[in-house]
Write a protein that binds this ligand. Structure first.
Ligand code: IMP
Ligand code: MG
Length: 174
């Protein structure tokens, strides 16, 4: 795969190492709490799976499906939680926070279910794209304001299965 996509922006080893660190931090912060991880599909499927296994306390897992492709505004949540979130400590697991519009929409939606707390854990933080005053509580990597693919992130639903993060270039656009 690296032959096609060139040098990764973030390698698989770097991703997994950082996820272990995030898992330790979340374990410490949520000790004794009623943690529910909510993975945001589709982009965060891989991150949610790896992060959940790096957390050393019991946690429930749910998913929400969003449609938030840049090509397809407006961003929408197109499913509902399957778990009772009332009184829970919810950690939203996102692939990337860019403008912050998706994160704001998710905070509003999840907030309406009456959780004890809501935080956001984003694998990638594209601070240069931010238009809202929203900041993930846990961040894997801050990246430049460029379009990236891999490890769950797509371009037109392609390249999610790459085990690393790469920049989209003119060749991979095809
Ligand atoms: P926001 O609503 O602008 O913060 O965008 C968040 C969503 O846009 C993410 O959940 C991704 O699905 C998508 N997105 C933003 N930047 C990228 C990127 O560089 N690569 C792939 N998807 C992206
Ligand atoms: Mg996407």
């Amino acid at each position: 795969m690296e032959k096609i996509f060139g040098k990764p922006l973030i390698t698989q080893e770097e991703i997994l190492h950082r996820i272990r660190e995030l898992g330790l931090q979340i374990t410490e912060d949520y000790m004794g709490k009623n943690l529910i991880l909510i993975g945001i599909l589709k982009g965060a499927y891989a991150f949610t799976a790896d992060l959940s296994r790096a957390i050393g306390i019991p946690a429930k897992v749910d998913f929400l499906m969003t449609s938030n492709d840049k090509e397809d505004p407006p961003r929408k949540v197109i499913s509902n939680p399957t778990l009772d979130l009332k009184g829970a400590d919810v950690l939203l697991v996102e692939d990337i926070v860019d403008s912050g519009l998706t994160a704001r929409m998710l905070l509003e939606k999840i907030g309406s279910y009456g959780p004890e707390s809501i935080r956001i854990c984003a694998l990638l933080d594209k601070t240069g794209g931010r238009t809202l005053d929203i900041h993930p509580d846990y961040v894997g990597f801050s990246i430049p304001n460029r379009f990236v693919i891999g490890y769950g992130l797509d371009y037109k639903n392609k390249y999610r299965t790459l085990p690393f993060i790469a920049m989209l270039d003119d060749r991979t656009k095809e």
